[in-house]
Design a binder for this molecule. Structure first.
Ligand SMILES: Cc1cc2nc3c(=O)[nH]c(=O)nc-3n(C[C@H](O)[C@H](O)[C@H](O)COP(=O)(O)O)c2cc1C
Length: 202
C-alpha cells in the first residue's frame, strides 16, 4: 500500500491518502486536539489564521445535520467516519485597526488542512476531504455568517476493511498517483519545465 515517489520525500507525504472505508470507532479527544494543534501552526498571511473548524461526531447533536448536507454519494461512506470537520475561513483580517479583505484566506485554510491530515496520519487516523456538499444548507443550518467562506468538510476515521464499504466504492479504494514534476513545476513561465529531465542529463 505504498506509493512510489519520483524524488526523495518523507514517507509521511506518500502514505497519506483518502480512503472511504472507515471503522466508525470513536476518535479520542487527544487525537483531534493533536491534529487541530498541527493545523494551528500552519503559516498564514499576516498570521491572520483565517481557519475555523467545526466538528461533529457520531451521536452528538450535530452529526445527523452534517451528514444531511453531504451529497448522497459522499454520505454513503462518510457516515462511518469518526468525525466530520467543516472548515471555514475568515474573508477579512485586521490591519492597523481596520478590517480589510484577506486575499489568501482559502489558501491559508488549505495549508492548515494539510497539517491536520498529516498529523492525524502520524497518529494512525486517515482523513478524506469532501467538496461535495450543500454549502448553502450548511451555512443556513449552522448559522454561519457571510464573513466566513465555507471551504470543505473533512472526514476523519480509522481505515476499515472493504467489507464495511459500499460495493460501488471498492474499485477506487486504493492510493492514487500524481502528475509528474515536469508537468507541474516550470521555469519562470508556463512554457518549459523547471528541471532538466534526469534521463536527458545522463
Ligand atoms: C477539497 C477537497 C474536496 C474533495 N471532495 C471529495 C468529494 O466530494 N468526494 C470524494 O469522494 N472525495 C473528495 N476528495 C478527495 C480527492 O478526490 C482526493 O484527495 C484526491 O483524489 C487525491 O487522492 P488522495 O487524497 O488519496 O491522495 C476531495 C479532496 C479535497 C482536498
Amino acid at each position: 500500500m505504498s506509493r512510489a515517489a519520483d524524488h526523495p520525500v518523507d514517507s509521511l507525504f506518500t502514505d497519506r491518502w483518502s480512503p472511504r472505508s472507515f471503522t466508525g470507532e470513536a476518535v479520542p479527544d487527544a487525537v483531534l486536539r493533536s491534529a487541530f494543534e498541527a493545523a494551528r501552526w500552519a503559516p498564514s498571511a499576516m498570521n491572520a489564521q483565517p481557519w475555523r473548524f467545526l466538528v461533529a461526531r457520531p451521536g452528538d447533536q450535530w452529526w445527523e445535520a452534517y451528514l444531511a448536507f453531504l451529497m448522497p454519494r459522499n454520505r454513503l461512506w462518510a457516515a462511518k467516519a469518526s468525525a466530520l470537520v467543516l472548515i471555514l475561513s475568515a474573508r477579512e483580517l485586521e490591519r492597523r485597526g481596520e478590517r480589510v479583505a484577506n486575499g489568501s484566506h482559502s489558501f491559508d485554510a488549505g495549508a492548515a488542512w494539510a497539517n491536520f491530515a498529516h498529523q492525524a496520519l502520524l497518529l494512525g487516523w486517515h482523513t478524506h476531504g469532501i467538496g461535495g456538499f450543500d454549502r448553502e444548507a450548511a451555512r443556513q443550518g449552522l448559522n454561519i455568517p457571510q464573513d466566513f467562506a465555507i471551504e470543505a468538510v473533512i472526514a476523519l476515521g480509522r481505515k476499515g476493511d472493504l467489507a464495511g464499504l459500499d460495493a460501488e466504492f471498492h474499485g477506487a479504494e486504493a492510493p492514487n498517483g500524481r502528475r509528474p514534476l515536469d508537468e507541474t513545476v516550470f521555469a519562470g513561465t508556463l512554457e518549459q519545465p523547471a528541471f532538466v529531465k534526469e534521463r536527458d542529463v545522463a
